[in-house]
Design a protein around this ligand. Structure first.
Ligand SMILES: Cc1cc2nc3c(=O)[nH]c(=O)nc-3n(C[C@H](O)[C@H](O)[C@H](O)COP(=O)(O)OP(=O)(O)OC[C@H]3O[C@@H](n4cnc5c(N)ncnc54)[C@H](O)[C@@H]3O)c2cc1C
Length: 409
């Protein structure tokens, strides 16, 4: 048994997952002298997923969007390891290494993974974009395809890219791939003309959680970048270099990026009731039972209108802070209330759509500048902020003429 550094009979809190939710919770709990906090994650860094698409398309280096947990919360008792089992009855959890960690309070915040909805071929042939390894794989595929087509190892059709899913992630990555393809005309002038990107969405419009006007603006901006947008088209099945739609159309693609949905991992559903996305259903105080809390993407929490809260960073951050306060409080907690901060998405390097809960909407360059400012503000660590700003300024000036950061092995 791995003993948390517990002097005397201090209450111990174990937090599984150092993402948006877990890190916010740990940061708030760290202030308490009465608790011993152990934070566990399979990776030693917090990943800033909203900018993953820029790593996948060569716009930012990996360590710009990954911040070491031990540096984010100095003095935190951080354990690197994959949690494979939780035993609420015994008050313990187990790591893949076999190490056991006891706890008095447990906070589960393991996030979500890509969801292929059991569509044939998706798991085998589409690239997901949920973690750094997957973003790296997309970048290798996109850039490696140019090299292989250039020397005749692959056919020119393989320069086609299909992005599936018209939510913010799909829109952002499709725009960034289109910009990458434009840039590659300087590096591979003889073959770059064969590259194109298609964005496929099953519903009638892009960005379904935004207003129809924002959806239209996003579609127009993507089309201006050269992206073919196909709406009302669900994917039927996938093969290594083809995406078959239910309407019978076949899209050739050397790279298919899956941005059509996420779900929590099935391994946690043994702990309680879960919804169709494997999220654990918790009470209004985010508890599975008295001393077990579930937060972030893996929690099913209903908003006032009865619909589950969205799987977004601001929900995770607010839930992390709320649970820390509830654990530190001597009295029973008030129910969790989500404060909607609005939503935003960006298309390429000039346009964004921003919508606030009070109905205020912003489109275009000003929206894009607020998108930039907010993302920099939410990045962990001063060094990463400076580095991202430097990269963006450079990219903005150089793309179109200069070389991108395209090193791959
Ligand atoms: C490409 C992409 C773009 C996004 N863009 C936006 C955006 O623009 N705005 C927005 O609000 N939201 C965005 N999101 C959603 C947002 O990232 C999530 O809602 C948020 O990360 C959820 O926080 P979380 O703490 O629940 O999970 P995460 O931040 O995913 O953290 C979960 C942590 O748990 C760890 N973990 C998982 N399983 C285990 C295990 N068994 N043992 C140990 N550790 C484990 C993981 O390593 C990870 O560090 C985006 C997501 C993606 C993938």
């Amino acid at each position: 048994v791995f003993g948390p550094m517990t002097p005397g009979s201090q209450r111990s809190v174990a937090i599984v997952g150092a993402g948006f939710a877990g890190l916010a919770c740990a940061r708030s709990l760290q202030a308490s002298a009465e608790l011993t906090v152990t934070l566990i994650d399979q990776h030693p860094y917090q990943l800033f997923a909203p900018l993953l698409y820029q790593v996948a398309t060569g716009g930012l280096p990996e360590d710009d969007i990954a911040y070491p947990v031990r540096a984010a919360i100095p003095g935190i008792n951080f354990v690197r390891g994959e949690v494979t089992k939780v035993n609420p009855g015994a008050g313990t959890l187990r790591l893949a290494s076999g190490v056991e960690i006891p706890w008095d309070d447990l906070v589960l915040a393991t996030g979500s993974i890509g969801n292929s909805f059991n569509i044939p071929g998706v798991d085998d042939h589409a690239l997901q974009m949920k973690n750094l390894q997957q973003a790296r794989a997309i970048k290798h595929r996109l850039l490696g395809t140019y090299e292989r087509v250039h020397v005749g190892e692959q056919p020119k059709e393989d320069l086609g890219v299909v992005v599936v899913g018209g939510g913010p992630t799909g829109v952002e990555v499709a725009g960034a791939v289109a910009e990458l393809q434009k840039q590659m005309t300087h590096e591979f002038p003889s073959i770059a003309g064969y590259a194109h990107v298609t964005l496929v969405e099953a519903g009638p419009r892009l960005l379904p959680s935004f207003s129809p006007k924002s959806s239209d603006r996003a579609r127009q901006a993507l089309e201006k970048l050269g992206v073919e947008v196909i709406l009302d088209a669900a994917v039927d099945r996938m093969y290594p270099t083809d995406v078959h739609l239910k309407n019978g159309r076949v899209l050739p693609a050397g790279t298919t990026i899956w941005a059509a949905g996420v779900a929590a991992e099935t391994r946690w559903t043994v702990l309680g009731d879960s919804d169709r996305l494997n999220r654990l259903v918790v009470d209004e105080c985010l508890r599975l039972q008295d001393n077990v809390w579930v937060i972030g993407d893996m929690a099913h929490v209903e908003a006032a209108d009865g619909r589950p809260l969205p799987m977004v960073a601001s929900v995770a951050l607010q839930q992390g802070k709320y649970v820390a306060k509830a654990i530190m409080s001597a009295s029973p907690p008030e129910p969790f209330r989500y404060k909607d901060k609005g939503q935003m998405a960006t298309v390429g390097r000039r346009l964004a759509v921003v919508e606030l809960p009070n109905g205020f909407r912003l489109h275009g360059t000003l929206a894009w500048l607020s998108w930039l400012a907010l993302h920099v503000a939410y990045l962990a660590g001063g060094r990463n902020r400076v580095s991202v700003i430097a990269d963006w300024v450079w990219n903005y000036i150089a793309w179109g003429s200069g070389a991108r950061r395209t090193i791959i092995e």
